[in-house]
Write a protein that binds this ligand. Structure first.
Ligand code: FES
Length: 124
């Protein structure tokens, strides 16, 4: 546990299994509260966020770890269609335009992928 109360969590045991366009769900304790989270691989990069839409605080997916829209250019919330930029979590379109998903920090340790904290979102 670090100074913010965050305990690192192993997300996947072999990061190579997280293929382009794939997602994985996991949970993390943030300030003592267990929260759903997810990671996706997008254009080679790995991006993780709390799985909480900025509209009605629902998970983005239906529990199936499918997060991308058909055009494969945004993460999409299955409830009312909010679209988020995969690299930043910025809401591009939808009922929470201007909002942003909460980004999580990732770290690769050998082949394992770990979530090691909450990232400070980029300033606007
Ligand atoms: S809960 Fe995600 S768009 Fe409404």
């Amino acid at each position: 546990m670090d100074a913010t109360g965050f305990s690192p969590v192993r997300v996947v045991s072999d990061v190579r299994r997280l293929e382009e366009g794939a997602g994985a769900r996991f949970s993390v304790a943030v300030e003592g509260v267990q929260r759903d989270a997810f990671v996706v691989r997008y254009r080679g990069g790995l991006y993780a966020y709390l799985n909480t839409c900025r509209h009605e605080l629902l998970p983005l997916d239906f529990g199936d770890a499918r997060f991308f829209d058909d055009a494969y250019d945004a993460l999409v919330c299955c409830h009312h269609g909010a679209r988020y930029r995969p690299e930043t979590g910025e809401c591009l379109d939808g009922p929470c335009a201007g909002g942003r998903l909460t980004p999580l920090a990732l770290e690769e340790r050998a082949l394992e992928l770990w979530c090691v904290g909450v990232k400070r979102p980029p300033s606007d």
